[in-house]
Design a protein around this ligand. Sequence first.
Ligand SMILES: [Zn+2]
Length: 366
Amino acid sequence: MNDTTLLAARAFHSRLTDLLGVEFASLGAFLEALAEFDRRKLFRDLGHANLFAYLHEGLRLSRSAAHHRRAAAWLVQKFPEVLEPIRDGKLCFTTAAVLASVMTEENSREVLPRFYGLSKLEALELAAELKPRNVVPARTVVTRVEAAAPVESVRPVGQVDRVDPPAPAPGPGTDAPRVRPGESWATRTVVEPMTATESRMHLTVSREFLALLKKARAGESHRNPGASDEEVLTEALELLIEKQRKRKACVPARVKREVLTRDEGKCQWKLVDGGICGATVRLQIDHMVPRGKGGPSTVENCRALCQAHNLESARRAFGDAHMDLFTRGNKAGDAPVAREAVAGYGPPLPLTHRASFLVNPFTSPG
Ligand SMILES: [Zn+2]
């Protein structure tokens, strides 16, 4: 980086900071006006039955965008004090909508600041802690995902070995997350906090996964009769983590030492100008032919890379889409989300089913 690019970066930063301030201020102004519009029922004069219909049809917002704005407008009507943190950027539409479900006259003072700066998932977790669901359905639900046109359809079937017949119509009590047209079930694992200690997790799994789960549960039937799916999966994940720990430790200390000595304790990533990265912190041992593709843990096949370049190397070997499964949403503070079996970075199996489990974020491996 030279002085010119540093100046440009600082100018951009200053401009982006200003624009963000404008965005927060207009969000506040929008919600203030929308709350007044709703209070006076002016949507009726424009031919809409309710505020949601106005937002969705009149302003052409998506259903979820309309839902969040309506909830936030109601919150503003009831608690005008939320406008200030919205204008400051401490609350966004989605967290304001979650806040609306738990804020009361009695708790407003204490609850409002606890939502500042939270992500949607963090806000949902806090809401579940403040107002736990009365009945937490401790069950596994399996839904067949239609290959051609994914539709929302859920029917509780008890244990997963009883897969339901083709798609019943969604009815009351449907609690699976909605999948929008064009969006795939396959890519989404959804965590829905239910209480302070329990969440429901929705993930898409293959027929093979269901068969494996059934087999593992049957294998546990003597040692732990009636083990829940969560217990079986928790044990499986603990085994996987142990296996990963052993695999991580499988570069012999002698090889590690020789590689670090040869590479002079510097990241060996080749840069476009012909040099190397040269970073000396957070060094990791990278397999040039990846272990997942049979590369040995030898001095010849190993090199020192910094953490960022080790990840970049894996991205090049396995592709962004695949590596995103392990890196996206894994930042500190996120609830633990099991994405898929990671052994050996193997290719994902064909996905045909969606299963929902009740999991306990404090006992599940994360
Ligand atoms: Zn590097």
